[in-house]
Design a protein around this ligand. Structure first.
Ligand code: BGC
Length: 811
């Protein structure tokens, strides 16, 4: 069952009922100012950091769900309704929400009045614009009142939700004409404030929440709206809000537009006051002056649309498969941009206060983003590498505002260092910019101990070399990619963090998954060393990779698949010997895609075992059989009920690893079958089961053992976005950036047909026509570049050349 449809021409998903199974959200903002917005106008805004600089308040886990947002109430006689249905939930005569690239547009109607709200964050300003247009579609005159409503967050979202003994006394605002200024804590250590303004005179305002709502009432039916009159309250403490009231008369057929701007403004610390306790308005005056007319809004909106048209022209696909076209050309790349911006900080499942930017997460996000804006990827790499420690290990997370490592979670996640190699290699392969490798980068943000980025990579590489266990496999530390496989934790008391409790440096527990990573990224490290002319280092690296490869074949192979790990007692995990958790996806996917056991025929065997034991209707499960009891020696993974999250859920992030591995051994049918299972454009049809947004991937889908198999959770912020884009673009469609140029090596399912890719790469445009006359899964028989036959399948890169017309014949 569907709750909307894709409008590909406009790059929108059109939601046709407010009652979606879960809130279906969108992200506004590309640079520093961001908003989350749901299909019922719920959500919140922040500047740079969802924890430290949150502008508006949102209540997670609230009843009713998805409460607080930017709401517009329309009072038409005795009827009060909202453009996005919530919070009044008055039944609408029509409703539509279009989520597009960086904007959402709501259109609804009630009793002859049509209302539209176009919400977006302009490209270069720190604000969100809501343009509300009211139209009288009836044949009688309408006397309406329009009320806006946002609730301020007192900046630090964590403190805001806990520290009531202080917070109920600190709230402060100013109101001048149609602008409400939120200035809590400005008198002391802040030099920033927020504004909510409208481009028209107002007939009233409120800034004290309870004055607007009425005592013991909620925002579904504010007393001021019911009375048709705001109280002009000025907040002192308690909960400041921003409400405008505008009385609107509309003749039949008449429309009026109102431009609301929610903005973030900063003053220099030593020049922040206009007069005693009056904030300096220069930055907000400047900001608000830019968005006064419909033309201003149209211009800013066009800029945003052009921006996305430009970005999405970097990689485009024309194939016979509409669903794949739609994911590749629009939604998958869009989600890659959002995950790059947010990491795992703010979604409807990530509260924005728990986690900053993850070291491993952000490096993986780069893989799907780097072709879009390489300059930002470069900056991000330097930020991430700056939080690395001198011994090569790294802070697991850092805070985007301060860019400092987060000591609450600390380090000890032994896969982290290798992901830095993955991110840097992807950047250099994409751009050819080897200067980044020579960039001076600090350790733990301390510039006095800075070295080149290449030296950082060396330390990443050597961290694994120097931290091996009894089988010569990498020590796992607190966890590897699977945050919940905590082999050194041994936690017995509720509340202890599985990730932080216990020693991080267990001398025994080992990860076969990290071994797979080391083989893959060790080779990529060697190639980077070669690029810098350091053949000796490349040779050394390859020697270490070979040692690891052999260790995996010796002690990481279980007969039919790869072992997952060795626990703190040196017992196998993910082996036939185990009672539960006999086979895991991660080591099988990653070791195979890294090429381990391919020539020995073991990778094929492992992938066959994955199909046999881990496949289900909705994707490939992370492990089987599910753990039914808690194991002290395994940690969080066994804390989840069977079928959920890391305990036998379908963790979408690692499904592409298996799909990629299938392309490595040339099985296009199976690679594509896996791709389809979790692909939103395909799961749209079962939205009532899947529940999360049908235009983006979610982190987890409940596995076969779950109460409701197929139910998705944790949409949007997941490494799935980057990995599925890599999978479809670089492995299935097969356009992979190498240091020497683009390699074209598709691995497609039977019947996929011919297709065309346009790819911008290092300043040139490549038009790549792939023909598959014999309908094979893999293999390139011939390649021509600008009509000339070229041997192999790497398009030779020529400095300064702007256009490449490439024809590939598979066979
Ligand atoms: C984390 C990832 C981790 C994954 C699997 C996600 O929530 O952000 O870093 O790899 O879970 O445990």
């Amino acid at each position: 069952m569907k709750f909307g449809y894709f409008d590909d021409a406009n790059r929108e998903y059109v939601i046709t009922t407010p009652k979606t199974p879960l809130p279906w959200i969108n992200y506004l903002g590309c640079n520093d100012f961001f908003s989350l917005v749901s299909n019922t106008c719920g959500g919140y805004s922040f500047y740079k950091d969802a924890k430290l600089l949150r502008l508006t308040r949102y209540r997670y886990n609230n009843v009713p769900a998805d409460n607080n947002g930017k709401y517009y109430y329309i009072k038409d006689g005795d009827t009060v309704w909202n453009i996005g249905w919530q919070p009044s939930k008055t039944v609408l005569d029509s409703y539509e929400c279009r989520h597009g690239m960086g904007y959402s547009r709501f259109t609804s109607a009630k009793n002859g009045v049509k209302a539209e709200n176009l919400a977006f964050v302009p490209m270069n300003d720190t604000c969100e614009i809501n343009r509300v247009i009211l139209t009288n579609e009836s044949d009688t005159k309408k006397e309406l009142s329009l009320f806006s409503y946002v609730e301020w967050c007192l900046w630090n979202a964590d403190d805001d939700s806990r520290n009531f003994q202080r917070n109920f006394s600190t709230g402060e605002v100013e109101v001048i004409d149609s602008t409400i200024y939120h200035k809590t804590e400005y008198r002391e250590r802040r030099n920033h404030y927020a504004v909510f303004s409208v481009n028209s005179p107002i007939d009233g305002f409120d800034t004290q929440r309870e004055s607007f709502l009425g005592a013991y009432r909620d925002n579904s039916n504010p007393e001021a709206v019911e009375n048709g009159k705001c109280t002009d309250s000025v907040a002192h403490g308690w909960s400041p809000v921003a409400v405008h009231q505008i009385n609107v008369t509309l003749e039949p057929g008449e429309s009026k537009s109102f431009i609301f701007v929610l903005g973030y403004c900063e003053n220099p610390v030593d020049d922040k006051w206009e007069s005693k306790n009056v904030i300096k308005k220069t930055p907000s005056d400047k900001l608000l002056a830019k968005y006064k007319t419909d033309d201003d809004v149209d211009k800013a909106f066009k800029e945003l649309k052009d921006y996305w048209t430009g970005l999405l022209s970097i990689f485009t696909l024309e194939s016979n498969n509409d669903k794949v076209n739609r994911m590749v050309n629009i939604w998958n790349q869009y989600q890659c941009m959002v995950t790059f911006n947010m990491s795992r900080s703010a979604s409807y499942y990530e509260s924005g206060i728990g986690r900053g930017m993850g070291f491993r997460d952000s490096n993986q996000d780069l893989l799907g983003f780097v072709h879009l804006i390489p300059e930002r990827a470069r900056e991000r790499i330097i930020d991430i590498a700056s939080t690395q420690f001198r011994n090569g290990s790294a802070y697991h997370q850092y805070q985007p505002l301060t860019k400092r490592g987060n000591s609450d979670i600390g380090s000890g996640f032994n896969d982290d260092p290798l992901w830095l190699i993955a991110g840097v290699s992807a950047y250099v392969r994409e751009t050819g910019d080897i200067s980044i490798l020579k960039e001076n980068v600090p350790y733990d943000n301390d510039m006095s101990v800075a070295t080149t980025l290449m030296e950082h990579l060396k330390r990443s590489f050597d961290f694994t070399v120097n931290n091996k266990g009894p089988h010569g496999l990498p020590l796992i530390g607190r966890a590897d990619w699977n945050d919940c496989l905590n082999l050194n934790c041994f936690s017995e008391h509720p509340g202890e963090s599985f990730q932080c409790f216990g020693p991080s440096e267990g001398p025994v527990a080992e990860s076969v998954f990290i071994a797979g990573m080391f083989v893959k990224y060790g080779e990529e490290y060697a190639q980077l060393a070669e690029l810098l002319g350091d053949d000796a280092e490349a040779k050394r690296a390859r020697k270490e990779v070979k040692i690891m490869y052999d260790a995996v074949l010796k002690d990481g192979w279980d007969g039919d698949w790869f072992v997952r790990a060795y626990d703190a007692y040196s017992n196998k995990i993910g082996s036939k010997e185990c009672e539960e958790g006999k086979i895991f996806i991660e080591s099988n996917g990653f070791c195979s895609l890294a090429g381990i056991g391919v020539k020995e025929g073991l990778a094929k065997k492992a992938l066959d075992s994955v199909k046999e034991h881990l496949d289900c209707e909705y994707g490939v499960m992370i492990l089987q059989p599910a753990y039914t009891v808690y194991h002290l020696e395994l940690g969080e993974i066994t804390s989840y009920p069977p079928g959920y999250k890391e305990n036998a859920g379908i963790f979408c992030h690692n499904n592409p690893w298996v799909s990629i591995a299938e392309t490595v051994i040339g099985r296009g049918d199976r690679a594509f079958e896996i791709y389809k299972k979790t692909c939103p454009a395909y799961t749209e049809e079962i939205s009532e089961i899947h529940k999360t947004e049908p235009y983006v991937y979610c982190q987890m889908v409940a596995g076969a053992d779950a109460y409701i198999p197929g139910e998705g959770k944790n949409s949007w912020l997941t490494g799935t976005a980057a990995w599925t884009f890599c999978n479809i673009s670089q492995y299935i469609l097969g356009v992979y950036p190498t240091h020497k140029g683009l390699r074209v090596d598709p691995c497609v399912p039977h019947g996929f047909g011919d297709f065309k890719i346009t790819r911008k790469f290092r300043g040139a445009t490549y038009t790549i026509n792939v023909k598959n006359p014999s309908d094979v899964e893999k293999g390139v028989k011939a390649m021509t570049v600008d009509g000339k036959k070229v041997s192999g399948n790497v398009i030779p890169y020529e400095e300064g050349k702007k256009e490449y017309a490439v024809e590939i014949v598979m066979g």
